[in-house]
Design a binder for this molecule. Structure first.
Ligand SMILES: *[C@@H]1O[C@H](CO)[C@@H](O)[C@H](O)[C@H]1NC(C)=O
Ligand SMILES: *[C@@H]1O[C@H](CO)[C@@H](O)[C@H](O)[C@H]1NC(C)=O
Ligand SMILES: *[C@@H]1O[C@H](CO)[C@@H](O)[C@H](O)[C@H]1NC(C)=O
Ligand SMILES: *[C@@H]1O[C@H](CO)[C@@H](O)[C@H](O)[C@H]1NC(C)=O
Length: 505
């Protein structure tokens, strides 16, 4: 029997046609970011029961017929349910489950490495949105199998679990198969990150063979904002774990693919990408480009002012002005905002320019697939994108806070950062990302800035440009759009392999 699903997908990142009316009374995140950061109530304070803890030990003991529940005395409000799932033909073993925080339930997939799960490192992956399910990443980009039609999958030889163990998490609450029983919602990256940090801690505590193993937090698009915040929260939780006598999570790096990390430099670059011969020849006509350039400096001044004061009325006026100026002409041009070397395939609101997204959604609404995954009854109506989550973040203007400061702080603490960008993407493009990396203030800055962009190669062919110093690497991939592993699976896997091995590109 066919399953009827919603075709309303969330925009992977904010576009004018996805934007809502603003709610000027909602406090902006910029203004109360500090208060959120200073809230330490989510951290552990009572460490008395630690000796009662018995780790589950091995994943191999987990059945596929029912969930195994993992608790931890340090986190009395959280538990993890996990089962074996035969997904992608069952090789390597897949596990799915929920991270339960009282009435809130975050869904995850976990795949062991195809090489040596007992030695290989661990990657956490999230897609962006906000509101985008990580099934984009799993079934379209870097997972062990790809959905080709709603009733068939095919193995992906370039999956990132080639030599790493990898998680895909539908987050925050409300996204994909994740849900809250009483409609609680998360509307900012900081709140979203707490569940992820605690989940990571519980996982490494229970599955002792992974303890101390290097952990890499990766994300795409809005993940360029999530990941730096999540990594910082995990470091904060780690201090707590050490105090409690527990092995901390060995956070080793962050990997950001086509991230929209820094708002002002990215917004300015929308002009460059559509009016200059950068990745593709100019796609707008001269009069549009001239008008855009003429008004760009006002947009930039408005952004600078918003960035200082976080006044909701100013910031909203800025967003309206800049997006109308820079985004509307692109959307109207018919080009794919995720890959300006091509036109959008299908009506944007239905396909997001990639008709395969509809197949993935239908696939994940199949009762037999949901049974394999162990989906809770309350989350059966699956959608790849949750528009309400996107709007809630937008109302808080979670997208404005300068998240690149977190990256600088991580670099200063020895956490490596890989910023990679498909060169044909427009929405979180490489020019904006390059400016963001060049502007980072950290102790290796001078060395990084003094490096020229150099070609990097796979199989003797130049596949992109790169600049690197110490823990920071910036890399582009020629011929790829927003979803690099979708367009360039082989090159993206090579990139990840070299990164995990700490090799220069
Ligand atoms: C599924 O896809 C595989 C690989 O493309 C193909 O060999 C197989 O025939 C397909 N199966 C069905 C049921 O369509
Ligand atoms: C963390 O991972 C790195 C990289 O694999 C490794 O060199 C280091 O020994 C690990 N640290 C701990 C404390 O296990
Ligand atoms: C545009 O850029 C491409 C690639 O760098 C170059 O080959 C081409 O000559 C440029 N076109 C113009 C008109 O400058
Ligand atoms: C599923 O979700 C869509 C969109 O979120 C909604 O329109 C539809 O009514 C829901 N269907 C069911 C059976 O709950």
């Amino acid at each position: 029997m066919p399953v009827f699903v919603s075709l309303l997908l969330v925009c992977l990142v904010t576009l004018p046609i996805c934007r809502a009316q603003q709610f000027l009374t909602t406090p902006l995140l910029g203004a109360n970011h500090q208060a959120l950061l200073e809230d330490r109530t989510w951290l552990v304070s009572d460490v008395h029961d630690i000796r009662k803890f018995v780790p589950l030990g091995s994943l191999t003991n987990i059945p596929s017929t029912e969930f195994t529940v993992l608790d931890h005395p340090l986190f009395p409000h959280h538990s993890v349910r996990i089962k074996k799932s035969s997904l992608c033909d069952g090789a390597p073993p897949a596990y799915t489950g929920y991270i339960d925080n009282e009435a809130r339930h975050l869904f995850f997939y976990f795949f062991e490495s195809r090489s040596d799960p007992d030695k290989d490192e661990v990657i956490f992956w999230t897609n962006g949105g906000p509101g985008g399910s990580s099934a984009f990443g799993l079934f379209m980009e870097l997972g062990p199998c790809r959905v080709i039609t709603s009733d068939n999958v095919t193995s992906n030889p370039f999956s990132w679990n080639a030599n790493a163990n990898i998680f895909f998490v539908d987050q925050p609450i409300g996204v994909g198969f994740s849900y809250a029983e009483h409609g609680e919602a998360v509307d900012n990256s900081i709140d979203a990150g707490r569940d992820i940090a605690i989940f990571s801690a519980i996982f490494f505590e229970h599955f002792t063979k992974f303890q101390g193993r290097a952990f890499h937090m990766a994300g795409e698009s809005y993940g360029g904002r999530y990941i730096p915040v999540f990594a910082a929260q995990l470091l904060e939780l780690n201090e707590n774990l050490v105090e409690a006598g527990i092995t901390p999570v060995n956070l080793s790096s962050v990997m950001i693919g086509n991230g929209c990390t820094e708002w002002p430099s990215m917004t300015s670059s929308y002009y460059n990408m559509q009016c200059q011969n950068i990745s593709v020849p100019p796609i707008q006509d001269i009069k549009t480009c001239v008008a855009m350039k003429h008004r760009l400096s006002l947009c930039e001044k408005m952004m600078a002012r918003c960035d200082v004061a976080f006044n909701p009325i100013d910031c909203e006026a800025t967003t309206q002005y800049c997006y109308e100026l820079l985004m509307t002409p692109l959307v109207e041009s018919g080009y794919n905002p995720y890959d300006i070397s091509e036109l959008c395939d299908g009506p944007f609101k239905e396909t997001l320019c990639y008709p395969i997204t509809r197949q993935i959604e239908t696939f994940l609404n199949r009762p037999d697939i949901q049974l394999k995954l162990g989906i809770d009854d309350a989350a059966r109506n699956y959608s790849l994108g949750n528009h309400d989550v996107g709007l809630a973040f937008e109302r808080r203007h979670d997208d404005i806070f300068p998240t690149q400061y977190y990256i600088a702080s991580l670099l200063e603490r020895g956490i490596r950062a890989l910023i990679y960008v498909g060169a044909n993407d427009w929405i979180c493009n490489w020019i904006g990302n390059e400016r963001m990396t060049l502007g980072l203030e950290w102790s290796g800055r001078d060395e990084f800035v003094s490096q020229p962009l150099q070609k990097w190669q796979v199989d003797g062919h130049a596949v992109g440009l790169t600049r690197s110093a110490g823990p920071l690497t910036f890399a582009t991939l020629f011929g790829a759009g927003h979803m690099v592993p979708y367009n360039k699976p082989k090159e993206s896997l090579e990139l990840v392999k070299r990164w995990l091995a700490s090799e220069a590109l």
